[in-house]
Design a protein around this ligand. Structure first.
Ligand code: MN
Ligand code: MN
Length: 300
């Protein structure tokens, strides 16, 4: 890996770690999702990074993909099992990290521990050439050893410049066929999910998280004002996910309507919330690593 690229990853990782830990300290009863997300994103900017995606706050049976709107009334409560997922980039080089925190109670300590330990075990065997299914198998046996299930359809992923999911997947189960194996210099996010449910997530309502879909379709945007809004969004966020609340400077009258129109035209896409199919509680832990000659370095 090029030294400048490595340094960018290291900086992104250090900022992501600090922002994640700061965010975790804000997860208290009556805190609003909006206050937590904006405080963490502000900390990222203050430290010289940029959010690689909106701060995700997902509680209980929601595994991932929710960020508050600009006027979001949602409030955290005692007993909530909260996944806080933070991404930072420096020049497009991304660090992706998440933690699970139970607010004021300790009903789900073992579930959190299962995800944490699964990640520790996965990191311990990550190296060039290791089959992703071996990592998945280890994650699976660790989590089932606690009496829980891994989520079979959520995976870790390689990261490249301005690309959050760049082709290599790290499963949370053993039964997964992949042709690609980690190589020295790869940046990879590893993220075990443990659940009290069946181990499968399905798409739910909108997340308020969008991404530009680069394609021939942009010529379908014939309305000039709408096209201008799209161009501003595309140049502000490139190929990375963004929050509807981040678009406020580009949206007249603080209306999300242009986003809905662009989504209908297929030039931007909204991520759905991912919820555990049977309503199981979900814990997640995530680190980004850089694969070395004989192992990996955790950067978050
Ligand atoms: Mn993440
Ligand atoms: Mn990730």
């Amino acid at each position: 890996m090029d030294e400048a690229v490595y340094q960018a990853y290291k900086r992104a990782g250090a900022i992501a770690r600090e922002a994640r830990d700061y965010g975790q300290s804000l997860l208290k009863p009556n805190a609003t999702y909006l206050a937590v997300a904006t405080a963490v994103e502000q900390r990222i900017q203050e430290r010289g990074g940029r959010p690689a995606f909106p701060v995700n706050i997902a509680r209980n049976h929601i595994a991932a993909h929710y960020t508050p709107t600009a006027t979001d009334p949602l409030v955290l409560n005692s007993g909530d099992l909260v996944k806080l997922d933070v991404g930072v980039h420096i020049n497009g080089y991304i660090a992706d990290t998440a933690v699970t925190h139970e607010i004021s109670t300790s009903t789900h300590t073992k579930l959190i521990q299962a995800a944490n330990e699964a990640l520790d075990h996965a990191i311990a065997i990550m190296k060039p050439g290791v089959p992703p299914s071996d990592i998945g198998k280890l994650v699976e046996t660790t989590i089932t050893g606690y009496g829980f299930k891994p989520i079979e359809n959520l995976m870790g992923h390689s990261l490249t410049q301005y690309e959050l999911h760049s082709g290599l997947s790290i499963p949370n189960i053993g039964a997964y066929a992949s042709r690609r194996k980690p190589q020295e210099g790869d940046a990879i996010a590893i993220e075990p999910f443990a659940t009290t449910g069946g181990g499968h997530v399905i798409s739910g309502e909108g997340s308020n998280i969008f991404i530009c879909v680069d394609s021939f379709k942009t010529h379908l945007v014939r309305d000039r004002a709408l096209k201008q809004t799209y161009d501003r969004i595309r140049s502000a966020f490139s190929t990375l996910p963004f929050a509807s609340r981040w678009c406020r400077p580009f949206l007249p009258h603080n209306s999300d309507l242009p986003l809905r129109r662009l989504a209908r035209l297929g030039v931007i896409r909204e991520y759905p919330q991912l919820r555990e199919e049977h309503g199981g509680m979900v814990a997640q832990k995530e680190h980004t690593v850089i694969v070395t000659t004989d192992g990996c370095e955790v950067i978050t």
